[in-house]
Design a protein around this ligand. Structure first.
Ligand code: NAD
Ligand code: UD1
Length: 342
């Protein structure tokens, strides 16, 4: 049974990926500093899969402790590196926190990989690297644009660091550029737990519908789109998680074609903010209170993925539709209320 290290494995996308890895026969060890997640997630992963993943409380900024961890786990077959800070607004206010956390963590992992001769890395990148693409749908060959935030910049720098290291070390990397992950596991036992006021659309919708927020602000209806609201490529988090299993298998089975490969992970379709709201209202059976307000600074108008390369090369395709996404997000919100999280 191959052992996979999942950094940030108690977080939103990481926890779903741990479940998929276990269900595909991998042994998993998680490291996380619990800065944006909680240890109870491990219990719920065990409830879903019947297997308790390994867990070590570790802050990847600490190079000595990170080295010690890797020294004790020389049998790791592959690493999926999710651990990062991801709040765009906060990164503008506190750029150093983001550069330190996201870059130092990656550098410490790569140093340990080099030292202990571990050579397979899957990295969480983002469609934010494309900014507003000139051509839609956006392919992996589209130019990387000036980052809109320090958070986005950490993703660009991280991609460059991995590429530079893979060019000179026997390390192979897969850079996965996620579009907009939403939704939760069918069991409703794991999902996204936003700390404080959510900045992302779907957690804000579900928190509004359940009564935590008064109303959703729809940021702009004067975009050049069919209904005037901005368009994104929403992807179910379970589909995204499955792509990580595929990517790590590809590296383990030496099927990668280059030492660094890049894949877009989206469902390949764009939905407007109003379409997401309509889907949510239909699936949850709840009328959502919302108001149209000014555009949010820094938002792109429309972006969705060309997923044909990921589909053909990885043999992976997103299977869930927008209604699956909004319903599972709602079921997760209902679970959070049941366990009195707020
Ligand atoms: P998340 O915050 O739920 O999970 C990240 C986890 O990493 C958290 O559990 C946090 O405690 C941990 N972590 C952060 N810094 C750490 C450190 N120094 N040491 C150890 N653990 C640390 O976020 P997520 O939504 O699951 O995102 C996972 C990855 O995907 C991130 O790299 C994020 O930037 C990237 N990504 C997310 C999205 C999205 O919309 N959620 C989109 C594109 C890319
Ligand atoms: C944002 C980040 C992106 C990051 C991603 C995942 C920005 C500019 N981009 O993407 O870098 O990778 O989150 O964390 O912040 N919306 C509303 N009302 C709300 C919230 C959102 O109308 O209260 C709209 C937005 O204007 C956008 C869409 O919903 O059109 C999706 O927004 P969001 O979920 O925040 O994701 P992105 O902005 O695409």
């Amino acid at each position: 049974m191959a052992k996979i290290l999942v950094t940030g494995g108690t977080g939103y996308i990481g926890s779903h990926t741990v479940v998929e890895l276990q269900q595909n026969g991998f042994e998993v060890v998680i490291v996380d500093n619990l800065s944006n997640s909680y240890a109870g997630v491990i219990d719920n992963i065990e409830k879903i899969t019947g297997i308790r993943p390994g867990f070590e409380l570790l802050d990847l900024r600490e190079d000595k402790k990170t080295d010690d961890f890797f020294n004790g786990h020389r049998d790791i077959a592959g690493i999926i590196h999710f651990a990062a800070l991801k709040a765009v607004g906060e990164s503008v206010a506190e750029p150093l926190k983001y550069y330190e956390n996201n870059i130092l963590s990656l550098v410490n992992i790569l140093k340990a990989m080099k030292k202990y001769k571990l050579n397979k890395l899957v990295f969480s990148s983002s469609c934010t690297v494309y900014g507003q693409p000139d051509i839609l749908p956006v392919t992996e060959n589209a130019p990387v644009k000036q980052a809109m935030s320090p958070y986005g910049h950490t993703k660009q720098i991280s991609e460059d660091i991995i590429t530079n290291v893979c060019n000179v070390e026997p390390i192979h990397g897969v850079l996965l550029r996620y579009f907009n992950p939403i939704g939760a596991h069918d069991s409703a036992l794991i999902g996204e737990l936003p700390i404080g006021i959510p900045s992302n659309l779907v957690p804000f919708i579900t928190q509004t519908a359940i009564g935590i927020r008064d109303y959703l602000r729809v940021f702009g209806n004067d975009y050049s789109t069919p209904d005037g609201t901005a368009i994104r490529d929403y992807i179910h988090v379970v589909d995204l998680a499955k792509a990580h299993v595929t990517a790590v298998n590809r590296l383990i089975n030496l099927k990668n074609k280059k030492n660094v490969e890049i894949f877009n992970l989206g469902n390949g379709m764009g939905f407007s903010v109003l379409e997401v709201i309509q889907s949510f209202e239909k699936m949850a059976g709840v009328k959502l209170n919302y108001k149209i307000v000014e555009r949010r600074p820094g938002d792109v108008e429309k972006v969705w993925a060309d997923t044909s390369y990921a589909n053909s090369e990885l043999g992976w395709k997103a299977g869930k539709n927008l209604d699956d996404m909004t319903l599972s997000a709602w079921n997760w919100e209902l679970y959070l209320r049941k366990i009195n999280v707020y």
